[in-house]
Design a protein around this ligand. Structure first.
Ligand SMILES: Nc1ncnc2c1ncn2[C@@H]1O[C@H](COP(=O)(O)OP(=O)(O)O)[C@@H](O)[C@H]1O
Ligand SMILES: [Mg+2]
Length: 329
């Protein structure tokens, strides 16, 4: 499973299984899930509601309550198994090396505190800097994610922001420490279509300019077709398929995907739409070909469209000041 550039994987999930112990019995949310993420890649994760997408993200973030959730397998971040770390060690990685954007910005932003102060707190959580320096960084990041008049708007409360601005603020918060991995769990579901497009474009630019590995969970296959390097289809807690996004989906998958009735035909990949008797325009993919691809689970390599440059965690956070890796977005 080597990348075209030969770079080491940033994140390797191996045989991840998550079981919740509930009063009504055991719920097996994720079963034997394996995938790999490299720098500069976007792994698109699609699947119907309840298929285990969010539980997988929360497991990677170490946010599942281990008193009720049995998590087995391995989650290797830069070779270190996150599942073996103590809570204090995990806290050092979470939010600094591995960050997450949630569907609902209010899940992250406290309504009673100014947006800039909350981002500054996130800065201080992993860096011993002065309050003034942390605020400066917050304003820089708000500016970087496209908040106009960032110095002034940093003093606003979350309710004074539009939905799209709140999502931008959450992305700014997720990026303050130049994370290596960014997990976006349906980041645009609560937004209107125009703003959705802007936020997805922002995530894509962040990926390229920060050289981050992105896990993008979405219901929208159109988004996957546009931005994902690899695709993983989840169903019933399992990866039904993981593949580079440049091969043709086989009929076996088509029936499974078609059963996801919430997806609109217009958002289906061309191969699926064709089988469903629907015509959609095909866009060339990153391989310069048309159509979608499949490979056995675990054969999920980058197609070479994006370089994967290994960078150590230490060098990433060598400075809190904005450096050349700062995205101009
Ligand atoms: N804390 C929990 N306790 C019990 N079951 C849970 C818990 N969290 C999630 N689940 C179950 O795990 C499965 C996967 O959920 P989830 O990952 O949230 O799905 P989705 O793919 O929609 O994000 C669902 O059946 C859900 O009901
Ligand atoms: Mg979910």
């Amino acid at each position: 499973m080597s990348a075209p550039g030969g770079s080491a994987p940033l994140l390797e999930v191996r045989n991840l299984t998550v079981r919740f112990r509930t009063r009504d019995g055991v719920v097996q949310a994720v079963t034997d899930l394996s995938f790999t993420l490299r720098r500069g890649e976007t792994l698109g994760v699609v699947g119907e509601s309840g298929s285990g997408k969010s539980v997988t993200s929360l497991a990677i973030m170490g946010l599942l309550n281990r008193a009720h959730a049995d998590v087995t397998g391995q989650i290797l971040f830069e070779g270190v198994d996150l599942l073996t770390l103590k809570p204090s060690e995990l806290r050092r990685i979470r939010g600094r090396d591995v960050s997450m954007i949630f569907q609902d910005p209010f899940a992250c932003l406290h309504p009673m505190y100014r947006v800039g102060d909350q981002i500054a707190e996130a800065v201080k959580a992993h860096a011993s800097v002065s309050r003034a320096k942390a605020r400066e960084r917050a304003v820089e990041m708000l500016d970087a994610v496209g908040i106009p008049n960032a110095a002034i708007r940093a003093r606003d409360y979350p309710h004074q922001y539009s939905g799209g601005m709140r999502q931008r603020a959450m992305i700014a918060m997720a990026l303050v420490h130049n994370p290596a991995v960014l997990i976006a769990d349906e980041p645009t579901t609560a937004l209107d279509v125009t703003v959705q497009a802007q936020i997805l474009e922002l995530i894509d630019r962040v990926k390229r300019e920060f050289n981050v590995g992105v896990i993008l969970i979405t219901h929208d296959l159109g988004v996957i077709a546009e931005t994902a390097t690899n695709v993983m289809v989840m169903y019933g807690g399992r990866a039904h398929r993981a593949a580079p996004s440049c091969v043709t989906i086989r009929s076996r998958q088509i029936s499974r995907l078609r059963s996801l009735s919430r997806w609109q035909a217009s958002a289906w990949p061309p191969a699926i739409a064709a089988s469903a008797g629907t015509t959609v325009s095909q866009r060339p993919n990153r391989c310069g070909q048309r159509g979608w691809n499949t490979q056995p689970v675990g054969g999920c390599n980058s197609d070479g469209g994006e370089p994967s440059i290994g960078t150590s965690a230490a060098s990433r956070r060598s400075t809190l000041g904005i450096d050349s890796s700062r995205p101009q977005v």
